[in-house]
Design a protein around this ligand. Sequence first.
Ligand code: CMC
Length: 393
Amino acid sequence: LDVFTYDPGYTSTGSCKSAITYIDGDEGVLLHRGYAIADLAENCEFLDVAYLILKGELPNVEQKAKFENDITHHSMLNEQISFFYRGFRRDSHPMAVMCGVVGAMAAFYHDSTDINDPHQRMIASYRLIAKMPTVVGWAYKYSQGQPFMYPQNKLSYSENFLRMMFATPCEEYVPNPILTRAMDRILILHADHEQNASTSTVRLAGSSGANPFACIAAGIASLWGPAHGGANEAVLTMLHEIGSVDRIPEFIKKAKDKDDPFRLMGFGHRVYKNYDPRAKIMAQTCHEVLDELGVKDEPLLKLAMELERIALEDEYFVQRKLFPNVDFYSGIIFRAMGIPTTVFTCLFALARTVGWIAQWNEMLTDADQKIGRPRQLYVGAGPRPYVPLDKRG
Ligand code: CMC
């Protein structure tokens, strides 16, 4: 007899064991390899956290230098991939371009197909982490009709990314340390989050032994939706739609109306039922970035803060333990930095690549893991005789 648990949305199904990320949703705790997210965001560069997530420990001085060197030397995309970009319409959503380009990378790095070789797995991991800023930078440049910028190894990971986004071949790029720091922090806050939809997608795709670039492309596709990584874009769209503080009650009412599909974007989380620790750091970073850029009285920030205040006092949100999540303030920072709304989720994907690839590696070395294969509750027709075409009504 087949016995299984019916659990739509896997709300109570543990699909794996993992030593990477720990979340206590009731207490608002998020740890990577045992380190609190606030400590990592405060003290680390993104590549330190990438190393930690991938390898289990923070790097020492030599390990840090070697890892940075290894990553920077994989940051270039095969030149042939630039032609792949040119197949897209200029007005394509950059996430659509990302799904396509990262999937296409499976056709370029043939040694990465040997997923049973730990060395090849690590090279595939380095390639993905290293090339993702170039992939996103080029997706943005392509959308603008500007020339692609090539990575520069002397720059840090975040500097390099910001340069590929905002520099042109005609102008020397001068990194702004505050913006670089903010970008590092934003990437750290998004680096991993245990078995969310996109990470589970990467694991499920990888459980069949699929190519790592193809698995990460699947993760990018899953992240795109507004209930997941696409929420950062959706928050900005929503704030623009609300438009002014006096319209907030109207939208709060819509969010509470069960006949209206509208939800307060950037609010709520499957696991956090107290607060999202990433959101606190993101709100603080938002103020720092706006100060640095000399943005005074940013109307969208005022609107977001007022929306948060009103929602947190509303019984509907209190009862359901709905708090701002990581995506609530990130879009305001991105916008202030000059990043267009459609690129927001690409930044989430860039950062989450570290978590995806670490979880993929962990799965492939876990003897308990099998091909992912959920069961179903069949609710269709019972057995019945075949009806020939001329007898069908
Ligand atoms: N606005 C209004 N009501 C909400 C919201 C919201 N943002 N989120 C949840 N609810 C209500 C929901 O209608 C339900 O009410 P009831 O019990 O009366 O039917 C209750 O709260 C529980 O919601 P749920 O949909 O069962 O919760 P879930 O765990 O399945 O969904 C979520 C989690 C994040 C998908 C959901 O809160 C949501 O859609 N939020 C908005 C999108 C968003 O901000 N996503 C980013 C998540 S954090 C970044 C990431 O890791 O991707």
